[in-house]
Write a protein that binds this ligand. Structure first.
Ligand SMILES: Cc1cc2nc3c(=O)[nH]c(=O)nc-3n(C[C@H](O)[C@H](O)[C@H](O)COP(=O)(O)O)c2cc1C
Length: 311
């Protein structure tokens, strides 16, 4: 028996603006390849959504190695959006993703507002894409982070994409700002269907014996359990300030983490770093979700979203 069905009378489907997911458990961009790599390990059909690695207009070689380093309760990466470009993605990766049951949310990153718009229009023209996630928050490429740190630029990018295509649009925001609420509100004003919160936290690791940075690109993005409190704080703050749904991302590794994000204000979640050391984590979380929701007396996911109260 599939544990997500009877005997639990709990509905798992969620609505993110115009995008409907069969359940709220998704895998985060850059941590699940293009899904085919994971097919032997994970029952992909069970996932609510798959977010493949961010694509750019042109191929990118990414940053010099080393590109990852383990840290206390997390990891730093400076991959630098290594990808083969949008046309290779459409030809070689998208058909497989489109053949799977989960929603395919394609993550795109433009160097300019115009490039974001053109990429969105291109993705709109091919079958198999369920939504776009705008990566305005990658800390590992120059330029990319700017759209996510300035409210006006963020609003313009989202509005441009919204006008250029008919797909649901999610904006993925960076935690590396003073006032993330202002950026979130700008994305909402631009017409985002939902917000993905958050990308990695800018960090650095040092090899003191050699007196050198460990990462080839010097700085990198911190992810994993170390950033969970930051991500939950941002979900909580943004949920109080916008009317669009949120996907929580950051350090999720088990069912308790997911429930914390939902209660704090997320409608769905994305699992990232945990995929690297436990590829089946998403499915295990999904198995545990109906019981966890039922423990709060919920009959659907929305019953618990944002229900946190101050003591
Ligand atoms: C190795 C690695 C590569 C990543 N690549 C991307 C990417 O291409 N696009 C993106 O939006 N986020 C990328 N991320 C960020 C994750 O999608 C996620 O937002 C972040 O890691 C926080 O979630 P986590 O703590 O569960 O990993 C990457 C993260 C890691 C660890």
């Amino acid at each position: 028996m599939n544990p997500t069905e009877t005997p639990h009378p709990v509905r798992l489907d969620v609505q993110l603006g115009r995008l409907r997911l069969a359940n709220p458990i998704a895998v985060a961009s850059g941590t699940f390849g293009y899904a085919r790599e994971m097919a032997g390990l994970v029952d992909l059909a069970r996932l609510g959504a798959i977010l493949p690695k961010t694509i750019t207009q042109e191929p990118r070689p990414g940053n010099p190695p080393p590109r990852t380093v383990e840290t206390a309760c997390g990891m730093l990466n400076s991959i630098g959006l290594d990808n083969d470009g949008i046309e290779a993605f459409i030809a070689e990766k998208l058909p497989y993703l489109a053949s799977l049951a989960p929603a395919t949310i394609v993550s795109i990153a433009g160097r300019t507002q115009d490039e974001f718009t053109r990429m969105a229009a291109r993705m709109d023209a091919v079958p198999g894409v369920d939504a776009l996630e705008l990566n305005v928050s990658c800390p590992n490429v120059t330029g990319g982070v700017d759209f996510g740190t300035d409210p006006d630029s963020c609003r313009r990018v989202v509005a441009g994409v919204r006008d250029a295509c008919s797909l649901p649009v999610l904006a993925k925001l960076t935690p590396n700002v003073t006032n993330v609420v202002a950026i979130a509100q700008a994305a909402e004003q631009g017409g985002a269907d939902a917000l993905s919160l958050v990308n990695t936290c800018l960090g650095m690791a040092v090899d003191w014996r050699r007196r050198r940075p460990i990462l080839g690109n010097v700085l990198g993005g911190l992810s994993g359990p170390a950033i969970k409190p930051i991500a939950i704080r941002i979900v909580y703050q943004v949920a109080a300030a916008v009317d669009i749904p949120l996907m929580g991302i950051g350090g999720i590794a088990n069912i308790n983490d997911v429930m914390e994000f939902l209660v704090a204000g997320a409608t769905a979640v994305q699992i990232g770093t945990a995929n690297f050391y436990n590829p089946t984590v998403s499915v295990k979380i999904l198995d545990a979700l109906p019981d966890a929701l039922a423990r709060l007396g919920a009959t659907c996911v929305a019953d618990v979203v944002g229900t946190i109260t101050k003591q």
